[in-house]
Structures are given as C-alpha cells and as structure tokens.
Design a protein around this ligand. Structure first.
Ligand code: ZN
Length: 149
C-alpha cells in the first residue's frame, strides 16, 4: 500500500489525470474517483448510490463505506477509506468476489425493484406531477364506470 492517506478534493468534473493520494469527489455526479492506493495508478471509481458506496464527510475528512475492492484491477488491492486514512483489508478470495458480485446484484434488484413498487403503489409521492395525474384520472375513470352502472 503506497498511499496510507487520501486528501479529499471536491470537484465538479474529475480531471483526466489523477494525482495519486487525492480523492476527487464530485457531488454533481455523486461519485468519487482516485488513483489506486497500492500505487499501481489504476483509476478507481466509487459511485454513491444506495447500493454502492456511501460517503461521509465529517467536515475534515472523508470516509467511504463499504471497502474498496479492486478485484477487476490487476493489483486486486482491497482497502477501507476511513476518515481520510487508507486501511488495508484482507485480500479477496475468488469465493468472496463471487459472493460480493451476487450481493451487489441482489441489492440492486431489491432496491430498484422496490422503488418501482413504491412508485406504483403511491403515485405522486415520489416524483409528483405526472403520476398523480394518472392516478386521479384512473379514479375518475373508475368513478365514471361505477356511476354508469
Ligand atoms: Zn492498485
């Protein structure tokens, strides 16, 4: 592990050339990007979504949850970024990698699937306007159908 700490930098757009030891954070794109802490220089992208990473800024330093596992990179490094410090985590076995891929897939399916359900069940509550109109129209259609019985 060459870089034991990361300095955060809030940016709008992530630069093409990454300076090692810097964690670039773009709130516009809800993503952090850094050059792999092992020193290999590979670009590590950690998007913030409910099923990927969560970023915590305590006013002084950044933490990312969960750990960063670069199993797609040659170095296969695995570390945790906690309050600007890079803590080495154990290497991944092939089994763990597959388990994590499966977890990620399931979490995404559950999250985006349920979001879809919620929108359908409660029209208008999530995105407003359009679905609320569709909802009242369907009530109106049903009401008309009932009145014409
Ligand atoms: Zn690396």
């Amino acid at each position: 592990m060459r870089h034991l700490s990361l300095e955060h930098r809030f940016v709008r757009n992530v630069p093409r050339e990454l300076e090692p030891g810097i964690l670039y954070i773009s709130m516009d794109y809800a993503t952090a990007v850094h050059s792999c802490c092992c020193g290999c220089g590979d670009r590590v992208v950690t998007p913030f979504t409910p099923t990927d990473w969560r970023m915590t800024f305590d006013g002084e330093s950044i933490s990312l949850q969960p750990s960063v596992g670069n199993w797609n990179q040659k170095c296969r490094s695995h570390y945790v970024i906690q309050r600007g410090r890079v803590l080495e985590a154990g290497p991944w076995s092939q089994g763990q990698i597959e388990a994590e891929r499966l977890r990620d897939k399931k979490a995404k399916a559950a999250h985006y699937g349920s979001l879809h359900e919620v929108r359908r069940e409660l029209p208008g509550s999530a995105t407003g306007g359009q679905s609320a109109t569709a909802h009242s129209r369907s009530i109106w259609t049903r009401l008309k159908a009932w009145l014409s019985l």
